[in-house]
Design a binder for this molecule. Structure first.
Ligand code: PHE
Length: 336
């Protein structure tokens, strides 16, 4: 009888190897496992076996049955058929689950959303403007006339003589003031372009512009809002200072620094030993800008500010090369 068992096994294996569709598979299933199948016949034959042979033969027949069932199941998976109920017997519940890779927001998007939501909480509305600008919006209306030396501050990409990729988000100030009356409280996040590339500059980067216009807005409003905002982003003990500066569209103008987050003001390589990091440009809206949008500078005052998002993200996440943000290396992006 052992011989018959072995023969059936060899027979089954070679038959299974030669089949090519689900129908043939079903035929083999019936032939071997069916009510009148070869294994059933074997079981009946077992009755006539001698009592001392029976246990061993019974075990062999069971092993053969398992072999046939497992092979039929894995073969049926090849044909895309649903495994039969018995597949639960070969399902390994100890295997760890497969982890789905979930994506995360890009670090720049994260910082942009964080800053936007801080200003949203302070009553600012989000505005957008075009990335391709005319000379008028990018420069002229912002009190930067042709041949003004301030144009040298920004390495402009010219598309045509009068058309540029915006070099800052400040033109959004003009678009908004042209279509709306004060009071205004807006921020404008977006991409800007300058012809520059090294560890701290990329030809495209992101800025957020802010503008608040109302009656009797003063420099102290600007200081107050900058204080709240920078402490929210960098922690409530962040020290802040205002340094006099120059922008054609604000007067007086300032640059705002925070105490170096790397060395806590002691002086290090990141802050060039000064203990301070320049974070943003700001100032009171120049009356010439109000005049270009037909706002009465006697009635309205306001402040504006502009900051680079990459710079904030680099300081917050301690990243030393700005180009990493745009290389799309998954090993870098996965950390956020
Ligand atoms: N637009 C300026 C820049 O890109 C920043 C700025 C915005 C300064 C608003 C003052 C007021 O450098």
């Amino acid at each position: 009888m052992i011989k018959i068992i072995n023969k059936i096994r060899i027979d089954f294996d070679s038959r299974l190897d030669s089949i090519s569709d689900a129908k043939q598979l079903e035929q083999i299933r019936v032939e071997f496992l069916g009510k009148k199948g070869q294994l059933q016949e074997l079981m009946q034959g077992l009755r006539n076996a001698s009592p001392d042979e029976k246990p061993k033969l019974g075990k062999d027949i069971n092993l053969l049955k398992q072999h046939v069932e497992n092979k039929l199941n894995s073969k049926s998976a090849c044909f895309g058929a649903k495994p039969s109920k018995k597949s639960s017997e070969i399902f390994d519940t100890t295997l760890p689950g497969r982890k789905e890779l979930t994506g995360t927001l890009h670090p720049i998007t994260q910082i942009m959303e964080e800053i936007t939501s801080i200003f949203f909480g302070l009553g600012f509305q989000v505005e957008e403007g075009p990335e391709i600008e005319t000379d008028y919006y990018n420069f002229e209306a912002l009190n930067i006339p042709k041949d003004h030396p301030a144009r040298d501050m920004q390495d402009t990409f010219y598309i045509e003589d009068q058309t540029v990729l915006r070099t800052h988000t400040s033109p959004v100030q003009i678009h908004v003031m042209e279509k709306r009356e004060p009071p205004l409280r807006i921020i404008a996040p977006g991409k800007v372009y300058r012809c520059d590339s090294d560890v701290s500059h990329t030809p495209m980067f992101h800025q957020i512009e802010g503008l608040m216009v109302d009656e009797s807005i003063s420099f102290s409003h600007l200081k107050g809002i900058m204080n709240i905002f920078l402490r929210e982003v960098f922690g409530k003990d962040t020290k802040i200072r205002f340094r006099p500066s120059y922008f054609p569209f604000t007067c007086p103008s300032a640059e705002v620094d925070i105490e170096c987050v790397m060395c806590n003001g002691k002086g290090c390589r990141v802050c060039s030993q000064t203990g301070w990091l320049e974070i943003l440009g700001a100032g009171m809206v120049d009356p010439a800008v109000f005049r270009s949008v037909n706002y009465d500078p006697e009635k309205w005052t306001g402040f504006a500010f502009g900051l680079g998002i990459e710079r904030i993200a680099m300081l917050k996440f301690e990243i030393n090369d700005i180009r990493l943000f745009f290389e799309n290396d998954i090993r870098f992006l996965k950390q956020f």
